[in-house]
Design a protein around this ligand. Structure first.
Ligand SMILES: [Zn+2]
Length: 159
């Protein structure tokens, strides 16, 4: 007989394995960003522009309003401390740096807002990490090993 406790153990999944059916167009957009547009070889300013482009691409794919993406410099003090985050009222994505995964995480919060779904942290973590892993499995593995991505390998208890 399986105890209730054992069932919750069985349900546990890692964030990077939560989403299996992400749109091919979306996966391709991330792959193109890194493999074709050479994201990681660009300057910070160019990376900001590429993430702005990705913001437009994803908003076209999902047919939702394009949020404003702002890179908040350290000089803005308190604002910087609260980034990265998504401001639901203003539809602003605030980022501290040019991280693809951070952008995707906050973009998922925007999708939740645009589609009138509840703001859910598990979904945002699961979607952004699953997407990055599917688009760039080798880079994902390398970055994960080097501790460069938050919440990798963490088991999610909500689903
Ligand atoms: Zn979040």
């Amino acid at each position: 007989m399986v105890e209730a406790q054992d069932w919750s153990m069985i349900k546990m999944k890692r964030y990077e394995d939560l989403y299996k059916n992400i749109s091919t167009k979306t996966v391709d957009a991330i792959r193109t960003l890194v493999k074709v547009k050479r994201f990681y070889r660009k300057t910070e300013t160019e990376k900001e522009m590429l993430l702005q482009e990705l913001n437009s691409t994803l908003s076209d794919i999902y047919k939702i309003e394009r949020p404003e993406v702002r890179f908040v410099p350290e000089i803005e003090g308190l604002l910087w401390l609260v980034a990265p985050r998504y401001n639901r009222q203003k539809m602003h994505i605030l980022l501290r740096n040019t991280s693809i995964v951070s952008f995707l995480h906050e973009y998922k919060h925007h999708m939740q807002e645009a589609r009138h779904k509840p703001n859910n942290e598990t979904v945002a973590r699961g979607w952004s990490l699953s997407l990055f892993k599917q688009a760039l499995p080798k880079l994902f593995e390398k970055s994960a090993k080097e501790g460069k991505i938050s919440f990798v390998g963490v088991e999610n208890h909500d689903t």
